[in-house]
Design a protein around this ligand. Structure first.
Ligand code: CO
Ligand code: CO
Ligand code: CO
Length: 328
């Protein structure tokens, strides 16, 4: 489903409110937050999808890293997870499912997250993902809004996974490009989240289905700020521009462009391929961290030290134009 679809489906429905619900579905964020006591809140998220790489083990790792990412984006620590499996048992060997689950488990182990259950159904189309629970102090979680004028926005992973996956499905991607995308998608956002915890951060989210410009649009909140993107600074996976230039762009990326373009200015100066990359629907993308100018340098230095080498300052929060993203 594309941006706006779920809002449309929920429109007119009576949502359940509760005094302990700190982040709910009426302000879409990476995960929901529910306060259980004065010093503890639950952070919950779920994500699953069809395979985006050929190797089942790698797919399992990517799906787990992607699901865990929403907990990291809230500034929380993931503790438990449950498997979600849809599997065509009539037409596919069970050893494929075992490899997917092994990949998921290895990534959960790396995240120090405990698998506590799950549910599987038979389905014509394979799908895998996780429901994840994390913990955070009720006063210290991060949402996707709250960035302040003058803040710098750091992106911790390069863009291009949607376009490279599309090129791969068309049999047109170079093996190095496919490997590069898989390497990026299997990396946990754990280290980036740990670095972030030591600094003054105003807002955070992760880049997934809505693409960089879609998720930056969410960071605009009610529109009291603007965001200026330094397009040349945006890290991009090798091969992405070439495939985008060949029109190998996923359908979700086109929908992102249609939905978010009214909020984006200055696109005329850039090639259509580059714009497609900025709107490209990502899987297990990096964190977007809004922090003060001073802390941005410290965060970048620490990120380099822990091996998050692609991290860059890609945008600045500006006073004008309000509620818009300007490509510069
Ligand atoms: Co997210
Ligand atoms: Co999600
Ligand atoms: Co502040």
């Amino acid at each position: 489903m594309g941006p706006g679809d779920l809002d449309q489906a929920l429109c007119g429905l009576q949502l359940v409110s509760h005094p302990n619900l700190l982040v709910g579905i009426e302000h879409p964020d990476d995960a929901g937050v529910y306060k259980v006591s004065d010093d503890l809140a639950l952070v919950q998220t779920v994500d699953f999808f069809t395979p985006i790489v050929d190797d089942p083990y790698t797919f399992g790792r990517i799906a787990a890293a992607n699901a865990l990412s929403d907990i990291y984006a809230m500034g929380a620590i993931p503790i438990t997870a449950m498997n979600l499996v849809a599997f065509p048992i009539q037409s596919m060997g069970i050893e494929i499912l075992r490899e997917i689950l092994r990949g998921g488990l290895d990534t959960m182990r790396e995240a120090e997250v405990v698998l506590i259950g799950g549910h599987s159904i038979e389905d014509n189309e394979l799908k895998y993902g996780l429901a994840v629970t994390g913990l955070v102090h009720p006063d210290s979680f991060l949402t996707n809004t709250g960035a302040q004028i003058g803040d710098r926005i750091i992106l911790t992973k390069p863009l291009g996974t949607g376009i490279i996956n599309t090129a791969q499905k068309g049999g047109l991607a170079a093996p190095e490009a496919v490997q590069g995308a898989a390497d990026v998608m299997t990396v946990l956002n754990r280290k980036a989240a740990e670095v972030m915890r030591g600094f003054h951060v105003h807002a955070c989210t992760d880049v997934t289905g809505f693409g960089l410009l879609g998720h930056l649009s969410e960071m605009l909140g009610e529109g009291e700020i603007g965001i200026k993107v330094f397009v040349d600074a945006v890290p991009i996976l090798p091969g992405t521009e070439e495939y985008a230039g060949m029109g190998l762009v996923p359908g979700g990326t086109h929908r992102n462009r249609e939905f978010y373009a009214p909020k984006v200015q200055g696109g005329k100066g850039f090639s259509p391929a580059l714009l497609d990359i900025l709107y490209d629907s990502q899987t297990s993308g990096g964190l977007l961290i809004a922090t003060t100018k001073k802390d941005a340098d410290g965060i970048l230095r620490f990120l380099q030290e822990v091996g998050v080498e692609d991290a860059c300052i890609i945008a600045e929060v500006v006073a004008k134009p309000k509620g818009k993203i300007v490509l510069a």
